[in-house]
Design a protein around this ligand. Structure first.
Ligand code: ADP
Length: 635
């Protein structure tokens, strides 16, 4: 029989290294992780056997057995689940399938993992946590439906490589044999293992058994006691979602969450309810407190675990949730769906729609309650998942207002770290203000000083900061309680309705100058006009009402989208002294070179203010230097 030696993929090596050297607390969770894997493997075997009963070879007594052996210094976790073929074991226990692993490891390395163990929890340590307590791990596995000599043995001491060998195993499933480190000997004690199982894995629906020594009456001689070894089931096995709420402790809810989510941190909220009537189901939903590291990657699996009469049908059923609630974790157990349900069937199933609606309603109610009664917790949730929730404004017309109430924004009037709600914003709107104003950008620092805000600040109008990429998409078509949203960098804004006379005068005064500027900039801008939004700055560039503003353009480009080329509108501030001066030059000599120079410089300035580069950086720098020199010469 040949033994082959294979290298772990770099990311596994690094992850193992992090885990072995940085995680010191809660090492006992290795058992939860391995039992969790065993339970998943049994779920898979049970599901596959629904359509292929031969797979089981007559053994349908599902069982996970934990076997300590003090003499050998080992603990074995044995299951009769689906098992792994040679290729599968190499793939599953030699690589990490999640995308974003590299980024995650780099982030974990840059922080002190010992102080932030939840970081690795977000990643889901799984099988590799065995190496926190073992210096050698052996896995012997036989895939369901294959014969005994097609079994495989995997072995590693976490030194960067593992070996693979074909062996004979007489039963289906997987044995994980841990050679416990000398300093972790306590994990060889039966009572210690029992208490860990009780604490972390009580809800597992398959029996977790251990051999216990019992004293029994001797059958022949009733007076005599004999010692016998019997298997005892350690966990209560009751499907937690079928229990009464009063029967489940917070700790149990939390442990169950960790089992299904692979998260280390306790969830922010738990929702446990059942529905009776034409569609019947029980569910436990969790709102996590931390986003898993891969939530923005394609391989993040959306959906809740779906059970039909306690049999797991799918680990992630996406049809049961709207996509904007994809951060939710949990289970749904329904008796109204067929056991052999496929994704196609789910797509048009009436019961699934009803469950989806019910979950959406309950989840939004809970979030609203959190926001009202546990604001700090809500804020924590919002920082992690607010962006996802916002997608609902675009996707779920019916729930728009309700979702709108859950949004939080920074604004001109909030202090850093504080937020306003849309309702709050509306309540504080001065009578004259008719729209909800916002400015898009990537950070508070970037937008807070924007010249586009000048007139709004002066009027006492608050402006919301839209700092998430998705904001631009949703706000243009959103109305919150009949209030439209308007970007301060788009369209013609006229806040000073009272100054009509002055405006008319300014228009007449600058009409010709504007024509001249327009002519000079005709290749760059669509129009030149007087601005109603500037107070101190001389000029700015804005987008058309229906157009894409510069910020949005950048966001779209960064997402790899084609952006239609659209010219902006150059706005000049009639109360700025520069135009007064330019106008007097114009009146004397409309062909003045100086006017041309100033127009170019002003346009470049406007480009800078919107975050772009001047058209010709060298010419701009030269122009500014010349102005400075002229100024000195003239003083
Ligand atoms: P995760 O469970 O998050 O996928 P793990 O590192 O714990 O990550 O396990 C990797 C993979 O190895 C699992 O997805 C599964 O395919 C396989 N695996 C682990 N343990 C078992 C087991 N006891 N039986 C069958 N397959 C297993």
């Amino acid at each position: 029989m040949t033994v082959s030696k294979l290298e772990f993929k770099t990311e596994v090596k690094e992850l193992l290294d992090l885990m072995i050297h940085s995680l010191y607390s809660h090492k006992e969770i290795f058992l939860r992780e391995l039992i969790s894997n065993a339970s998943d493997a049994i779920d898979k075997a049970r599901f596959d056997s629904l359509t292929n009963p031969d797979l089981l070879g007559g053994d349908d007594k599902w069982k996970i057995k934990v076997i300590p052996d003090a003499k050998a210094g080992t603990v074995t976790i044995s299951d009769n689940g689906i098992g792994m073929t040679k290729d599968e074991i190499v793939e599953h226990l030699g690589t990490i399938a999640h995308s974003g692993t590299k980024e995650f490891i780099a982030a974990a390395k840059s922080k002190n993992l010992q102080d932030n163990p939840e970081l690795i929890g977000q990643f889901g340590v799984g099988f590799y946590s065995a190496f926190m307590v073992a210096d050698k791990v052996v896995v012997v596995s036989r895939k369901a439906g294959t014969n005994d000599n097609a079994s495989v043995e995997w072995e590693s001491t976490a030194d960067g490589s593992f070996t693979i060998e074909e062996v004979t195993k007489h039963t289906r499933g997987t044995d994980v044999i841990l050679h416990i480190k000398t300093e972790e000997k306590k994990f060889l004690e039966t009572w210690e293992l029992r208490s860990i199982i009780k604490k972390y894995s009580d809800y597992i629906e398959h029996p977790i058994v251990m051999d216990v020594e019992k004293e029994k009456e001797d059958e022949k001689d009733k007076e005599k006691k004999v010692k016998v070894i019997e298997e005892e089931t350690i966990n209560s096995m009751k499907a937690i979602w079928l229990k009464n709420k009063s029967e489940v402790s917070e700790e149990e809810y939390n442990e169950f969450y960790k089992h299904i989510s692979h998260d280390f941190t306790d969830p922010a909220r738990v929702l446990h309810y059942n529905v009776e009537g034409t569609t019947e189901f029980s569910t436990i939903l969790y709102i996590p407190s931390k986003a898993p590291f891969n939530i923005w990657y394609k391989d993040y699996e959306i959906g809740l675990a779906l059970y039909v009469n306690r049999v797991q049908i799918m680990t992630h059923c996406e049809q049961i949730l709207p996509v904007y609630l994809r951060f939710l974790r949990g289970v749904v157990d329904s008796s109204d769906l067929p056991l052999n349900v496929s994704r196609e069937i789910l797509q048009k199933n009436r019961h699934v729609d009803i469950i989806n609606k019910s979950i959406t309603k309950k989840a939004l109610d809970v979030l609203s309650d959190m926001k009202k009664n546990e604001y700090d917790k809500y804020l924590g949730f919002y920082m992690e998942f607010g962006k996802i929730l916002k997608e609902g404004i675009h996707l779920d017309f019916e729930k728009r207002e309700e979702l709108g109430d859950l949004l939080l924004f920074q604004s001109v009037n909030t202090k850093p770290g504080e937020y306003t709600t849309l309702q709050d914003y509306i309540d504080k709107m001065p009578l004259k203000q008719k729209e909800i104003y916002y400015i898009a950008g990537t950070s508070r620092e970037e937008v807070v000083q924007s010249p586009y805000l000048e007139a709004f600040k002066e009027k006492g109008y608050d402006v919301l900061f839209m700092l998430d990429e998705i904001d631009g998409f949703i706000m243009d078509s959103f109305e919150f309680r009949k209030n439209k949203f308007k970007s301060v960098v788009k369209g013609d804004i006229d806040l000073d309705k009272d100054g009509e006379k002055d405006k008319k005068k300014a228009k007449e005064k600058y009409e010709k100058l504007i024509e001249l500027i327009k002519d000079q900039l005709k290749d760059d801008v669509k129009d030149v006009r007087l601005s109603g939004r500037l107070k101190d700055s001389a000029c700015c560039i804005v987008a058309d009402d229906g157009g894409v503003d510069h910020n949005m353009e950048n966001i779209l480009k960064s997402m790899g989208q084609e952006v239609p080329v659209s010219k902006g509108i150059f706005e000049i501030n009639p109360s700025h002294i520069i135009f007064e001066k330019m106008n007097s030059i114009f009146e004397k000599d409309k062909d003045s070179e100086l006017l041309k120079e100033y127009t170019s410089l002003l346009y470049d300035q406007a480009l800078l203010l919107q975050g772009s580069k001047p058209k010709d950086t060298t010419a701009f720098a030269k122009g500014v230097a010349k102005l400075m020199a002229d100024n000195i010469a003239g003083s």
